[in-house]
Design a protein around this ligand. Structure first.
Ligand code: SF4
Ligand code: SF4
Length: 420
């Protein structure tokens, strides 16, 4: 496959009245980038981003999102800022939760991302609880052939995937590809990628069921019922692993009682390599369902932590800020960011300085379900040398390539304004 173009502006030599926001604008307006021409008058343009999680301090700062909103509008488009609902195990967070749309919108509000600050609608692209999707067949999917793509992406004319590039505890790194494979699918797709689908949800302590009916009410696929003894029955064939029952069932129970009284259980995560392969099955379905000509990718590679936006942990930054990247190819843009992070010096007092062992020992939880040799997978896997580059980072890129999502060969075009 030929080399894909990746454009960038770096953070180097920014001083006085220069800024990375200005550089984002100059990147956007470069004649070789062509984003303004890609957007046609009155087209709805989704800016799909991540709002972060409760009390997270390293999420994408709202000013970057707002700048993209303004640029879309200047190009004649109608911008919508979108997020997708997360899986439903964090009911305890109540109003600041990723498990339902209103909670996620509140979370965006906490982080300064709302209709007022954005000057555009800020909405969930997959509905109130993440089930508003359209199905796309991906016959080449290794595990997932029926991909549940967020409905908003069908309605919009164009979608810009706007990501903070960072590490990820289960996927090695998070950027454009992960936004496609997790961020742009509904709960069903997220459950399929993380837990392997409905057969991994099971009734663990049926005797603890009080027949309150909350799970039955909330289950989006009506796959729960009570038997003649008022015990819960689960139809695994129709379960989409959304975890809404899981969240509702321990509602009101003290955390220390959860394990004992929780009726529903999920098996642990699928091994990480399988997880990223499942993610890329989803990603291929999203690109197929939306159309590659209707998708573009911007990675904001600053505040690069070992953890994703979905984790509360912020932590010290792994490497110095890199800048902003743009491409039409989701693999090429992520590959360029992985390569530049890998080549970068580590930041003092960050996990990069201590290598992968210390963080793996101290950060929760190293999933027991990871396959033998988990230490090689590395929660902080983007910051290691080529020789020991962990399996998981490589797996994300290679499985994306196997799904035909783009090229791992790229031409990096640096558009950073030159200073005298
Ligand atoms: S929410 Fe829990 S206790 Fe209530 S009916 Fe469902 S399984 Fe039983
Ligand atoms: S039983 Fe229903 S609510 Fe629970 S995970 Fe399955 S689909 Fe979701």
């Amino acid at each position: 496959m030929s080399k894909s173009k990746v454009f960038m502006v770096s953070t180097e030599n920014i001083f006085r009245d220069d800024s990375l926001i200005d550089r984002l604008e100059s990147l956007w307006n470069d004649e070789n980038v062509g984003l303004s021409e890609w957007i046609k008058p009155n087209e709805i343009v989704i800016i799909k981003t991540h709002f972060g999680s409760r009390n997270q301090t390293r999420h994408l700062r709202p000013m970057y999102i707002r700048k993209v909103v303004d640029l879309v509008r200047e190009a004649g488009g109608i911008p919508w800022v979108c997020e997708g609902v997360g899986l439903g195990w964090d009911e305890a967070n109540k109003e600041l939760t990723m498990s339902n749309g209103p909670g996620f919108l509140n979370l965006g509000n906490q982080h300064g991302i709302n209709t007022g600050s954005m000057n555009a609608p800020v909405i969930m692209d997959d509905g109130v609880i993440g089930t508003e999707v359209f199905k796309v067949k991906n016959e080449n999917g290794k595990y997932i052939q029926d991909v549940a793509v967020a409905m908003g992406l069908k309605i919009a004319d164009k979608t810009i995937i706007l990501s903070r590039f960072k590490g990820h505890d289960g996927a090695g790194f998070g950027g454009a590809l992960k936004q496609l494979g997790i961020g742009c699918v509904g709960k069903e797709g997220k459950g399929g990628a993380h837990f392997g689908g409905g057969h991994n949800i099971h009734v663990k302590n049926p005797d603890n069921c009080t027949a309150c009916g909350k799970c039955i009410r909330i289950c989006p696929t009506q796959c729960l019922s009570l038997d003649e003894n008022n015990k819960i029955v689960h139809d695994a064939d129709n379960c989409i692993a959304c975890l809404m029952c899981f969240a509702k069932c321990h509602y009101g129970i003290k955390p220390e009682e959860m394990e004992e009284r929780q009726v529903f259980a999920r098996k642990k995560r699928v091994p990480s390599v399988e997880q990223v392969e499942r993610m890329m099955d989803n990603a291929a379905g999203v690109v197929k369902g939306v159309g590659e000509d209707r998708l573009r990718y911007i990675n904001i590679a600053i505040d690069i932590t070992s953890h994703c936006d979905c984790a509360t942990a912020g932590g010290n930054l792994l490497v110095p800020d890199l800048g902003i990247f743009y491409s039409e190819d989701p693999i090429a843009i992520d590959q360029a960011c992985v390569d530049l992070v890998t080549q970068s010096p580590g930041m003092p007092k960050s996990p990069a300085e201590t290598g992968i062992k210390a963080p793996m020992a101290t950060i929760d939880p190293i999933p027991e379900a990871m396959e033998a040799g988990a230490e090689k997978l590395g929660l902080f896997s983007i910051w290691v040398d080529e020789e020991s580059r962990p399996i998981i980072t490589e797996s994300q890129l290679s499985s994306a390539h196997a799904q035909g999502l783009g090229s791992r060969e790229y031409e990096l075009i640096d558009l950073t304004p030159k200073k005298d």
